[in-house]
Design a protein around this ligand. Sequence first.
Ligand code: F6P
Length: 396
Amino acid sequence: MPAADDAPVILGNEPGSFARGVLTDRHPALIQQVRDAFPCTPVQHRALDALLRSVTDGVIEPLAPDAHDRAQWEIWGRDSAGGSWFGRSWFDVPFLWSESYFYRVLLDAMGHFTDGPWRGVDPFAPFKDAELRGTAVDDELAALDGLAGRSADEQALALAHASLWGNRADLSFRIASGAAPTDGGTDPRLVADDGPLLWSLLPVGAASTVHLIADNAGRELIPDLVLLDHLLHTERASRAVLHVKPYPYYVSDATMTDVIDSLRRLGAASGYAAEIGKRLWSAMAAGRLAVRAHGFFRAPLPYSAMPDDLRQDLAGATVTILKGDLNYRRLVGDRYWAPTSSFAGRTAYFPGPVAALRTLKSDVIVGLDAHVLDGLEASGKPWRTSGTHGLVQARR
Ligand SMILES: O=P(O)(O)OC[C@H]1O[C@](O)(CO)[C@@H](O)[C@@H]1O
């Protein structure tokens, strides 16, 4: 796999590849899940049928002429040779693009952007709600009580790991169970651990501003919020900015509605979780915690293409933390990079110090030590895509 900038872009057309499996299996299954979760109208059923036909046998159609963002997607759909992804097979265009556009068309099929009763309805809300109200969240919030008596450093480590593994909906607030080492030892599931560098970027009392680019709602967003509370409460940060999606995107990506739901869930809990919920509520009121939903967060593009206003905003961060797999793909570029190519090199364009907390769920990976890579490859397991491994990567 090449290290150069011309590393192959991941497409969906390679037989047996992870990307192809997402297009052939996951997207049709998701259409069915959404169909089953809502009392769909005949119009919605027909639109979902059309999307299913399109993703299985058809080509990529442009948005309707009156779609509010048609012009924007036409620009985003231009290839580097001046052609367009529209009219091509879903399998032959960049995976990041086809996957993002699939979600945009799914929202259309459900009438999300059309005047009428379905406008603004989140097609993933039933799944998000079930997760947020589940007993697993009760247990995870109760486990926060065990953290209250620990040192600030132990809490920081446990909460960063909870945020990381929350990306797999597998939280680890339970430091007592040994899920997240608190003695400075390395979690064997981490393929890279720049935790010490990340903490060195946020010394106590330095009036830092931390930005966090969120990924999923529910069991990931709650630990993200708890982590931000910790950074504010322990004065590792004096301000926090949380970036969410402007509208529902990918299966469970967090929107403002999800932030509100999570804050209410924390506030309605008991014990330390409730205390955290109250602090976050006050931080919102005081402007120490801000939430933003820039339109670029639903773009089918890498962050290297971010617009100037977002670049300027992130340039004001002491460090920007990106959560999850999709954000990682967009951060380093959705390509088959050489796994040992440098994370700092791949992210040099980013407008300030940056860190990634990610569970590995797709083929993209950079910044591995050669011996770690050898061990992973020797395991014969699908370590890149199975969610069994995670990483903390950072650069100043
Ligand atoms: O929620 P996350 O961590 O961003 O994961 C998204 C990942 O899930 C998929 O959409 C399907 O597995 C990947 O293509 C994508 O990178």
